[in-house]
Design a protein around this ligand. Structure first.
Ligand code: HEM
Length: 412
């Protein structure tokens, strides 16, 4: 925002503060907003159907991540940064073989429960718990560190690396050179760590059951896309793609739930009754009111008429930076009935927490059990409430402003 004249920057800041209202107005007036600024087109897409249309045309609306992935991976790319091409689907499918969907229930769920109970066991006497760094960061970093085969030297170090690279990749659309300069040494250190882990594990085969060991087995039998360097790149992609998000989503959704005493009590009853399906419905509905991100960025690679055949149809010129506002789409009453009501009877397709189309989150199956499982451990605590004072209010990081650093609750 630093290059914007004062008024434009102030208007943008105001719009960000009242984002849901702005989205609502746009959905009903200018649902496909195309503006030109500084020689470039920008498009903000706010209706459910149009957001899904953008996300289901990955070669017209390409992901924007490749240049930043190249900075992190020494010039290489991973499937997150690719178009709809054979390598994209091959690499994603290979990684899926290394992390089968069935393990979400069989492995991720019990391990998440064990880790969450361990953390909560430590603070039970104290009656206070920070949902961000203390609970979710520790649980997810240890969970995925073990599952990927990349535990890092400490929870704090690897999650800080992941957060910095995530912020650079997903929260710095302006290609700020200072942010790149700060990301480069973090990426170099993480590359060195993962290379060292791979080297060490090649001397210690057959004694682990994790994604790294499975990738090495695929390498043994000659599957393509699995050189040491490609394994390194995909593991870094997973670390950055997996570790920071739950510590964002979970404090955010609790921030909303804690202000809704009725729904909070119902979610707690579901958690105490071990009704996991109901807990998941409360959790992902609460997250709709403060999801991970307001939008996903795409670059329009060929001039395209969006919502063709409708009165709102607009041409998106080639080169446009498109903001596909998934947060707005989840509030579009045309597809999500009574969107401002908190409802737990919504079908799965009302939610776009994990993206849509080709680049839908690789971790989606794990998330659908891991996120509710962590929340369930919190919901079971008696007398759950915000801590008094600033500790009980969500506090974001100073650099990117997107990572919750603290949200303390009290119980008992
Ligand atoms: C609460 C947790 C999470 C949320 C909210 C989340 C959200 C998302 C979203 C919205 C996307 C789509 C990005 C786009 O289309 O531009 C995505 C992609 C991705 N996510 Fe997640 N994610 C989470 C956890 C995870 C986990 C646990 C993993 C790994 C185990 C993971 C790995 C990935 C990868 C590799 C992609 C890229 C997929 C592709 O390009 O095909 N994510 N995630």
């Amino acid at each position: 925002m630093s290059d914007m004249p004062g008024l434009a920057a102030r208007l943008l800041a105001l719009g960000m503060r009242h984002m849901d209202l702005v989205f609502r107005i746009l959905r009903n007036t200018l649902p496909i907003l195309v503006v030109r600024r500084g020689g470039r087109h920008y498009a903000l897409i706010t209706r459910y159907d149009d957001v899904q249309e953008v996300l289901s045309r990955p070669n017209t609306f390409n992901v924007v991540y490749a240049p930043k992935i190249a900075v992190i991976m020494e010039g290489d790319n991973i499937f997150l940064g690719m178009r709809d091409e054979e390598r994209q689907r091959r690499d994603k499918a290979t990684l899926r073989l290394a992390a089968p969907q069935a393990e979400a229930m069989a492995r991720v769920k019990p391990e998440t429960r064990r880790l969450a109970e361990e953390v909560i066991g430590r603070v039970r006497e104290r009656g206070r718990l920070d949902l961000a760094m203390e609970l979710t960061q520790e649980v997810t970093t240890r969970l995925f560190g073990a599952y990927f085969g990349t535990p890092g030297r400490s929870v704090e170090e690897i999650s800080e690396q992941a957060r910095r690279l995530f912020g650079y990749m997903f929260a710095s659309p302006g290609n700020d050179p200072a942010r790149q300069a700060r990301a480069e040494p973090v990426a170099a250190a993480l590359r060195r760590d993962i290379e060292e882990t791979i080297r060490a594990r090649k001397q210690d085969r057959g004694r682990h059951d994790d994604m790294l060991e499975r990738c090495l087995r695929f390498q043994d039998i000659g599957l393509p896309g699995l050189s040491d360097r490609e394994i390194r790149n995909n593991l870094i992609g997973l670390i950055v793609g997996a570790m920071p998000q739950a510590p964002m989503l979970i404090p955010q959704l609790f921030d909303r739930l804690l202000d809704r005493p009725r729904e909070l009590a119902e979610a707690q009853a579901a958690a105490r009754a071990d009704d996991d399906a109901a807990v998941a419905r409360y959790v992902f509905e609460a997250a709709r009111f403060w999801p991970l991100a307001p939008w996903l960025y795409r670059q329009c690679e060929e001039t395209y008429r969006l919502a063709g055949g409708t009165l709102r149809s607009r041409v998106i010129p080639r080169g446009t930076l498109v903001l596909a506002a998934t947060r707005s789409a989840m509030f579009d009453g045309r597809r999500v009935p009574r969107p401002r009501a908190f409802r737990t009877d919504r079908p799965d397709h009302a939610y776009m927490h994990f993206g849509y189309g080709l680049h839908e989150c690789f971790g989606i199956h794990m998330n659908k059990v891991m996120v509710p499982e962590i929340c369930k451990a919190v919901l079971r605590l008696p007398g759950l409430r915000r801590a008094p004072g600033p500790e009980g209010r969500i506090r974001m990081d100073d650099e990117f402003g997107i990572f919750p650093m603290n949200l303390t609750v009290e119980f008992g």
